[in-house]
Design a binder for this molecule. Structure first.
Ligand code: R5P
Length: 289
């Protein structure tokens, strides 16, 4: 049975349909003192797939997910597959400054400890976090097919990663598109969060550039990468970020930088979430169900 929390974004229902199974929506209300109450109104199966994306307000959604897993344990469901399309706190994967927590450790350990038997996420910031903090089976789904499909008709396309750490993703998509790929050198100030891109010469004449990254938050990284591509004579610039958090006027920042089109997936709902990742999730789930 598929369990949709308030942030399933339709994915629980789409997946349930693919597996010819039922979707149950978690009921919830907020008590006068602001505490969360949830209930799973019906259940009959020996396994559960919970779909819950942890975008803003992520702390509330995280608690809803933990309560849902605990409620399933209470229903004696032993196989609980937790699907978190957008995994919050994944960027705080180490103590960058003394005194900081490893936030992603708290998120993943809690999900496992409360009762998850398998974990699936989409394009997590660093896959290493999963092996570091989970002992249950896991998968990190990269929707390469869907992204390549979306951009397939753009001619002379080259894929660009905004930093070296994102190069592997650019390579995967470029290989699907049969195109070249490259990366920029990005530096982020750990205290102010300010991002700078070191100048680099790129052979972009007569090319359409597709910048790919995991997260579009303020859009600052993409906008800088786009300006860099246009300064290097790119014809048009397209942008893809798996998770469209879109904070602080991100879309205006992106289009003002000269980007022609920016798209994202339905891990987070936004005006640019045009690519659904449910087929990739289905493939991943087949390994666990
Ligand atoms: C950081 O390393 C991530 O991969 C993204 O590049 C970053 O989170 C994007 O944030 P923003 O849109 O605020 O530049």
């Amino acid at each position: 049975m598929f369990i949709a929390t308030s942030t399933s974004n339709g994915l629980a229902a789409r997946l349930a349909k693919e597996f010819d199974d039922k979707v149950v929506r978690v009921e919830s209300k907020i008590f006068p003192d602001n505490e969360l109450y949830i209930r799973i109104p019906e259940f009959k199966d020996d396994y559960a797939v919970v779909v819950s994306s942890l975008y803003h307000p992520q702390n509330d959604h995280f608690l809803e997910l933990l309560f849902t897993i605990e409620a399933l344990k209470g229903l004696n469901i032993n196989k609980i597959i937790v699907v978190v399309p957008y995994l919050a706190y994944a960027r705080q994967d180490k103590r960058f400054l003394t005194g900081e927590p490893v936030s992603i450790k708290v998120i993943l350990s809690s999900i496992e400890n409360i009762g998850a038997s398998a974990f699936i996420t989409v394009d997590v910031h660093k896959e290493k976090s999963l092996s570091e903090w989970l002992t249950i089976p896991y998968d990190n789904v990269i929707p390469v097919e869907e992204v390549a499909e979306y951009f397939r008709n753009i001619r002379n396309i080259k894929v660009l990663a905004p930093d070296k750490g994102a190069l592997w993703r650019a390579r995967l998509i470029a290989e699907k598109l049969g195109s070249k790929y490259d990366y920029l050198e990005k530096v982020r100030d750990r205290v102010t969060g300010e991002v700078k891109i070191r100048p680099k010469h790129l052979e972009f004449e007569n090319s359409n550039i597709l910048i790919v990254d995991d997260i579009i938050s303020t859009g600052g990284t993409m906008a800088l990468a786009a300006s860099c591509a246009l300064e290097n004579n790119a014809e048009r610039v397209f942008a893809y970020g798996t998770h469209a958090l879109l904070v602080k006027g991100a879309l205006d920042r992106l289009y003002a930088s000269g980007i022609t089109d920016v798209v994202s997936t339905d891990t987070v709902l936004s005006p640019i979430s045009k690519i659904s990742i449910y087929r990739s999730l289905k493939k991943s789930l087949e390994r666990f169900i």
